[in-house]
Design a protein around this ligand. Structure first.
Ligand code: SF4
Ligand code: SF4
Ligand code: FES
Length: 257
């Protein structure tokens, strides 16, 4: 087994400010960045705050920025860096710092609550739902989401733009809206909820300019932009420019005046 000493810079501080602190720390074969952060805790920085749970890329808790790139610390092998590299670990930039590497990701939970849930069809009982296999397969990809919020962190619409947070749900939750809109049994429209209009007007779909940065950082390899956001944009645009929808809205407006 080979061992070496790596150079690390780890952000330490809280909401009042902080900065990068230098460390030299032992690295062994097969280790990931989270192992090194744990070694720092057990040897040199016992009060270093870090959030983690599974160490298996499944709980989505250990999100951070490693050399400026949003990543899971438990899924980032030390072997991807050179032995002479200095590795910088900083908290997610888009969310407020609580302490050290821990951020307050409450923004995401607030956005999750703003997406109305699946509406079951009225005339079909539980256990009687029937769907085409392709309609089952499509949202299956989105369901792999582990809610690490790396996509939310990297999206330039809210990264460094606090002012956009009220109007923009972010890729993870626009994907959720798209998933529900694609669901053939979702009966939201029967209760007056048009998910396409809501995507534009309530969740800020128009802010997304399909740069695909969210897709690039997703540890589950979900093709957020290609399979959720772009189709959602197409469906919302079709709806807006559908002549029948346009005529219907004119008639509705005339009869209500
Ligand atoms: S594709 Fe859209 S949601 Fe994803 S990072 Fe770019 S602007 Fe944000
Ligand atoms: S879509 Fe991917 S990057 Fe975004 S929260 Fe889910 S797993 Fe994380
Ligand atoms: S500790 Fe669970 S995803 Fe990293």
């Amino acid at each position: 087994m080979s061992t070496y000493e790596a150079r690390f810079k780890v952000w330490r501080g809280d909401q009042d400010g902080g900065g990068l602190k230098d460390f030299r720390v032992e690295v062994n074969d097969g280790e990931v960045v989270l192992d090194i952060i744990h070694r720092l805790q057990s040897t040199q920085a016992p009060d270093l705050a870090v959030r983690w749970n599974c160490k298996a890329g499944k709980c989505g808790s250990c999100s951070a920025e490693i050399n400026g790139r949003p990543r899971l610390m438990c899924m980032t092998r030390m072997s991807v860096f050179g032995r002479d590299d200095t590795i910088t670990v900083t908290p997610l930039r888009t969310f407020p710092v609580v302490r050290d590497l821990v951020t307050d990701v409450g923004f995401n939970y607030a956005k999750a609550r703003e997406v109305p849930a699946f509406v079951p069809p009225r005339d079909v009982g539980p256990g009687e739902y029937r769907m085409m296999q392709e309609d089952v397969d499509r949202p299956q990809e989105f369901r792999k989401c582990i809610e690490c919020f790396l996509c939310q962190d990297t999206c330039h619409v809210v990264r460094d733009h606090e002012e956009n947070k009220t109007a923009f749900a972010g890729p993870r939750f626009l994907m959720r809206v798209a998933e529900l809109d694609m669901h053939p049994l979702d009966a939201a429209a029967d209760s007056g909820l048009d998910r396409k209009t809501a995507a534009q007007e309530e969740h800020g779909l128009g802010y997304c300019n399909i740069t695909k940065c969210c897709t690039e950082v997703c540890p589950e390899g979900i093709r957020i932009t290609d399979n959720a956001l772009i189709p959602m944009k197409e469906r919302a645009a079709d709806r807006k420019y559908d002549p029948l929808v346009w005529l219907g809205s004119k008639i509705r407006r005339r009869s209500s005046s």
